[in-house]
Design a protein. Sequence first.
Length: 278
Amino acid sequence: MSLEDKLIDLAIAEDIGDGDHSSLSCIPNDAVGEVQLMLKDSGVLAGVEVAQKVYQRIDSQINFTPFLTDGASVKFGDIGFSAKGRVHSLLQAERIVLNIMQRMSGIASQTNVYVKLIEGTRAKVLDTRKTTPGMRVFDKLAVRIGGGHNHRMGLYDMIMLKDNHVDFAGGVRQAIEKANSYLKSTGRNIDIEIETRNFDEIMEVIEVGGVKRIMLDNFSVENTRKAVALIDGRFEVESSGGITQETIRGYAETGVDFISVGALTHKIKSLDMNLKKV
């Protein structure tokens, strides 16, 4: 079972428990109805395919009809989809679907803003691991829907040597050499990225080698430009740390390959939408 399916199952168990007693108490078990998702906000829609999985997980007999797809630009009054079937099933799915789609659409919408701000440059917008625990698979899917790119899913699919790794390992050289020795001894084939805090650390990385990407942590735009020139294409370059909508264009124009923005997933405004009886 995929992480996505496990998360949907958890969401269902969390919300329904031993039964939807509100619906059971006042609606006949065999009642049939239809609901539509209406957008009450402008942005980028995300989570339509996930919503369909939620409905099918709760009741495989629900008839789900999408009118808009993930990634669609939406405005107030647009209808995303309809779902028709047992009313009990529709009501059990309602809040789960809205919770997932409102958050995902908020992330996709915010990501799309950042992506548009750097159009015409070589830079790609990356997310981070600053996600809601348990929701990462949906958060990162929403980033992709919004036009961004995933940095790494977790601690297991890339070696990311951050400041604490470097300090605990005894320095830049030691961290890189130990990381490469670990990969060799375990037979793993994953990329290594290292965070640098100043030009001395950049120079040491260039001297040692053994990594794919250098992260420039909290560098100014001017110093980022100097660092890109110093690295001179020998490694991928990523800017990170406190980058906002106001500053991202400046960083992108320095020639970096990637810009990571934690705010994509941890400082968002959910997109407003509702599910109403047709």
